[in-house]
Design a protein around this ligand. Sequence first.
Ligand SMILES: Nc1ncnc2c1ncn2[C@@H]1O[C@H](COP(=O)(O)OP(=O)(O)O)[C@@H](O)[C@H]1O
Ligand SMILES: [Mg+2]
Length: 355
Amino acid sequence: MAKIELQGLVKDYGKSRAVHGIDLAIEDGEFVVFVGPSGCGKSTTLRMIAGLEDISGGTLLIGGEVVNQREPKQRNIAMVFQNYAIYPHQTVGQNIGFGLYTSKLSKQEKQQRILATARILGLEPLLDRRPAALSGGQRQRVAIGRAMVRDPAAFLFDEPLSNLDAQLRAQMRMEIKSLHRRLGTTIVYVTHDQVEAMTMADKIVVMRDGHILQVGTPTDLYENPHDVFTARFIGSPSMNMLAGSLAGNTLTVEGTTIAGLDLPAHTGEVLVGVRPHDLVVGDATGSGLTATGLVEAVEPLGAETLVHVQVGSGQVIATAPGRVVPQVGSTVAVHAGAGSIYFFDAASEKALGRA
Ligand SMILES: Nc1ncnc2c1ncn2[C@@H]1O[C@H](COP(=O)(O)OP(=O)(O)O)[C@@H](O)[C@H]1O
Ligand SMILES: [Mg+2]
């Protein structure tokens, strides 16, 4: 069983620091997703866990043991790469079996393992096929099978779905998640795609510039982002931000009004955040924030329409329900109800609270 602990983990490439001493506990059986923009240190962190990258500082523990100096194959962890290198001239069975290349199991035991793995992944009928005769999703499963067949204590995935088209990606998200449910093995998964993080993770780790910004469940991060970066990174379209200022219980922001709300006790420049799905086109009802502005663009999505509205000097995206499609160039009111308005300090970008 493998709890994975990162204690002050550092990675330096020459003089430049890629990972700045991060602390994290990954519980046995957990599905943890590292998410953040390209270059923030996700792959480097994963590769340190795998043993593919030297650790410059701090401690890595697997199952309570320090493994900083341990070879990858002694860590009992399997990595599934983005560019899954399956061998074109080998069958599905041989490709899966390659994961057992260095294993001391008997030939019969190996065959059993390959069969059991293929069965779990729905590849049993394809065991004798070659990769060319497989779909993208099936090839992905073969790559996972090769990792699975070793029965590792944890799987590490580095952007495994980025080469797939949107539909297959959505399908594989659910397949990997259901695989995790069946196997119960710890998974550490790296992606720059917040949708993957939201839909797959038990626990999301948001990274930026080699630091961990926030750790939490998908709902946690969506509901209570600690800063502007996480607020805008999680959720799509991104949370709207308008510049304003707070003084006592009064808010000034781009000519909008706020009624009947308990504002955070803060004085100074703020960013006011509202998610597009909480900002509804139409006349104000009840307490909350109301603004009017010019419709700059509309994106009808069928069930709803995203409406881009110029509010003062700021731009926001609001939602029009149903099949209502406002005219570009018309003036609309947008309204966010109580509980859906976030405040951040303009200088530190830290969350101040919600009203
Ligand atoms: N082998 C390397 N040598 C030097 N710098 C590297 C190397 N690998 C990654 N980096 C740098 O470390 C930082 C983190 O990279 P990486 O972990 O690959 O980010 P991510 O996976 O989040 O996109 C980046 O600034 C990248 O340029
Ligand atoms: Mg990467």
